[in-house]
Design a protein around this ligand. Sequence first.
Ligand code: ZN
Length: 413
Amino acid sequence: MAKYENLIPRFLKYVKINTRSTPNSTTIPSNERLTKFAEGLVEDLKAIGLTNVHINAQSSYVYATLPANTDKAVKKLGFISHFDTADFNSENINPQFVENYDGQSVIKLDDAGKYTLDPAVFPNLKNYQGDTLITTDGSTLLGADDKSGVAEIMAAAEYLLAHPEIKHGEIEIGLGPDEEIGTGADHFDVKDFGADIAYTVDGGPLGQLEYETFNAADAQVEITGTNVHPAEAKGVMVNASQVAMDFHAALPEHDRPENTEGREGFFHLYSMNGTVDSAHLSYIIRDHDRQIFEDRKKLFQGVADQLNKQYGSQRVDVTIKDQYYNMREVIEKDMTVVDLAKQALEDLDIKPLIFPVRGGTDGSKISFMGLPTPNLFAGGENMHGRFEYVSEQTMEKATDVIIKIAELAEQQA
Ligand SMILES: [Zn+2]
């Protein structure tokens, strides 16, 4: 019998329920599906035997507590994951199983073989020799991002309840909506949650531990032209589309996503449209280093100022909005949360995979609310589309890690 008998059944039950979040929605959560799913989670968390199970009114996160079974003053640990799925078909998700995968065969997702998992295309498949893989049928995503995290956290709590000989402090669980549309953590209620340190269990492959993210801003550029007949344009016309191209050309050419890696930041033009009369450019600005991030925003504004000066009138308006910051700034003040996770991985003979994230996590926002929250692996691969898959054995190891962190925190208290 499997060590965590409900881990995979619960995961399968959850992925079959459509929880795709709705971009640009003005409600919290972003749709009714998510409300319903949250209500189901409340029932399941109560059935496991957790206490204080409720839906937080501010964030629509489902919160639950596993009470301490020791008198020691242990740091309260939090484990967080999200139950919404990305913007991709999530109707009738039909998980497929590949048992004892050989690490080299091409896996057919649909019967016709139109979509396949091919190690030549997805080399990470080679890491799963001997594992049981759960895949899609090619028509939907899987939702291992992040229902694997949800199922792992619940399995760990259930295991700890059934094994009182493993001593641990109080453990808080937070399962939330709308991570995929970037708003889920905005309303996270740190005080109601009650943890001292926390982890999102929302990472990818075995061993992943992330505590460094981008600093991030969104930047919109509005350009106003002067449209006259081309025949009489000399000295009069200001072509907004031309100004837009000049604006983009004035940004450092190397600093684009397609030219950068590791800790190199960028300006990314993700949308543009324009006529002679007006033009609009949309960018994201990213950098791991806070000072360089601030400098990038200044440079961006400086290009607009320069163009306005050149035209002698206000042609270019820039609006920059910060989105999130590098969690490392918060976490490095007290590395306990990272050290615990590293120790847990080492104790379980899992090689830690630690790299700066070229993006953000829910923990980037939550860390800046005062709760240091790095990201642990949950096991999913190829997230957000039909090629998503997860290994059962990796999900078990992620559950092992959660339990080991709880155990270590108690021993070190
Ligand atoms: Zn996720």
